[in-house]
Design a protein around this ligand. Sequence first.
Ligand code: PHE
Ligand code: ZN
Length: 876
Amino acid sequence: MRDAQPQAIRLADYQPSAFSISSVTLDFDLYDERTFVKSTLNLAREGGKDVPLVLDGQELKLLSLSVDGRELNSDEYSLDPDSLTISNVPDHFELQILTEIHPETNTSLEGLYRSRTMFCTQCEAEGFRKITYYLDRPDVMSVFTVSITADSERYPVLLSNGNQIEAAPLENGRHRVVWHDPHKKPAYLFALVAGDLAHIEDSFTTASGDAVTLRIFVEPKDLNKCDFAMDALKRSMRWDEEVYGREYDLELFNIVAVDDFNMGAMENKSLNIFNTSAVLASPDVTTDQGYQRVEAIVAHEYFHNWSGNRVTCRDWFQLSLKEGFTVFRDSQFSSDMGSAAVKRIEDVTLLRTAQFAEDAGPMSHPVRPDSFIEISNFYTLTVYEKGAEVVRMLHTLLGPELFRKGSDLYFDRHDGQAVTCDDFVAAMEAVSGIDLTQFKRWYSQSGTPVVRATGSYDAEKKRYSLTLSQSCPPTPGQSVKQPFDIPVLMGLVGSRGNLSFALVDTASEQRSDTEALLRLTQAEQTFEFDDVEEQPVPALFRGFSAPVRIQADWSIDDLQRLITSEEDGFLRWDALQTLALLAVDEAISGREKAALSALIASIQAMLEQDGDRAVLATSLILPSENYIAEVHSQSQGADPIAIHTARESVKASLATALIDHFEVLANITIEGAYAPEGAAIAERALRLTALDYLRFVQPDKAADIAISLLEKSDNLTDRLGALRTLGAVGGKRAEVAFDAFYRRFADEPLVVNQWFQIQAMNPYGDALARVTRLLAHPAYDNLNPNKIRSVVGAFCSANPVQFHASSGQGYALLADVVIDLNKKNPQIAARLLAPLTKWRNYPNYAQRMKVELERIAAQENLSKDVFEVVSKSLAS
Ligand code: PHE
Ligand code: ZN
């Protein structure tokens, strides 16, 4: 352990900055073996007279420091590893700082660093302090002018935020470009890129008639993979005008693709920097899901221009202010662009599988955390996905028109400001008159609420009473919870379809003959419905109207009624999932197969109807092993090996019972050249899912189809699906196919990553041995986050049966990787750790998992990132 333990930072300690910075000029002088940064700041005192100036700074070599043109002596300031303090400064002054930094050895991918042939930056959340001394906090906003000097031949393209205002060749083969961004911004939105980049260009005319030039910069080899992102960008810009009335505010919008990136992408003002995996797309390197991810991330970063940049966060505890809202916006965009039903199912699946698990584990925190040791650890599913659900609940409570008025007011009131989640809610309150005081507990209380439902029907009075009760389990730092304000969008299902009713309660709202929005605000409430013609099954949380766990003792008949007769597609799918969970539980306990028979009958009925093909494809997919484990960990604890075996047996039963359907579907032909569009996406998904069932009954036939797909298909979706099937069937043919595939796509890193990933995720055979081989593969790179995620991340978090098997060797492998990365890239090291932190969910495996956590905890020089995750997950 380190001697001085890292300290937590608390929301309650927030203080406005003692100084403001009206303008900043940065001069970068880039060389291969060092970079000089000259920063000129115009500072003004905002707080008390004798408050010293304390600037953040890490890993910087200070070369000189002057105030109003006078160089300071070393006794006029003090330095420590995280800051520079100048005790006596005037009320208004110019500070000039010259520092030397080393991007060429910066493997943390934070601050200024090198990715392959280029220089690039990542400053959110606290990376700017690795570039120069600064007030590195989001509520200090300033106007930036940036000059970049570098070798003309190797770095012909020099980019920063805003508009290019100067460009000139210099002596010695160098050149200099100057950028000016007229919008005030916090340092975390600063960006710089230098490289030998190619670009595509397009243009967009805003609703007000202003022309915007759009460019996507990539390494020249990737120039043929930019068109889809450009199209997605233009669609996002139009959509934000139409749905939120938000226009773009500069003449230029740039995107740059870089191969070494910790996250998906970053919304730097007018210079978005993207992980290549989140922007490049072509049928050979991108699956259908990959296309949808590119579209969603391009939109997400673009939408941040308003929700994040024009209106930013006061402090990092407010991160969900920009992230939750922006995820909500990008999910609305994606549902408008594709299948809304499938998008909702995917979002809820992610939330329930991973966010619920996070919220039930040792890192559980509120959407607005009250403390952190390292803010990088709080770019979480809770802040992003649960945060988006909180915004979605506001949308449900207000309805679309009032919600739009609220967002207009929010953007209007706070344009150019750094604000809080309270300000967002206040705008929604102001336009609607709805009291959201209690609702705000969604921001401050962690943990997933549990809602229990029971009902009773009085046939004589035709009255149905529904009793809902809520509770929320204790989470770290919060042993007792207050009731949440929970919007329950619901209906009642009779034997032949939805029933009309008259809601008696007045605090809630009847939205149609067959739909009500109940407001569950107390620990327990009973809602009465009149004019109900028969005993109903309640259909609760339509569209998943609140991020809660629902406990109702549905019988198999109730579930079947929901599956066949409920009007909300999400709840039909959800009931089918519940049935599948019951079938898995039956298989684990060896009980009678009642749920399994019902599941087979329901899926058979769906296969025989001619409904939405995208929904059908999604409905054929059983709950994942991780999701089942999450559900089990709420009661008896999870056993990943038993879960795998049981789920496989349910799959095999389905395959056997419905083999004729699967054989037909596995052989469908899809007309036309590849296009990542709705109908074709659904057909490909159906074909591959059917193939995955077919292999249970006729493995050789499935392998034949897979090999022919590999040979004939024109796209990566089919090829990877085929490889996955072959990997599952195993044998010599599979080996040959994997080798041939690698040789064919060895030049495409994004394809190699996915080739790594399906091998690491393959639950059959000896995955540990496979992963060990992949880690030694020449294409593996232990500093590239995409590669690490494709192998180590995929194995540890998406192959539970193999990660937990192998008598703890999977845990040891993960611990070794984390220890190696701890200093090299602390953010990635801490993120990879998540699966080990869930040791309490696996009673029979916990001891071995803990041993590895303790081994990590015992290392010297733990980064703050890893220290926080390890120490919280071991705390009792
Ligand atoms: N702000 C980025 C996004 O959500 C995510 C990010 C955070 C990227 C930190 C890099 C570092 O769009
Ligand atoms: Zn974001």
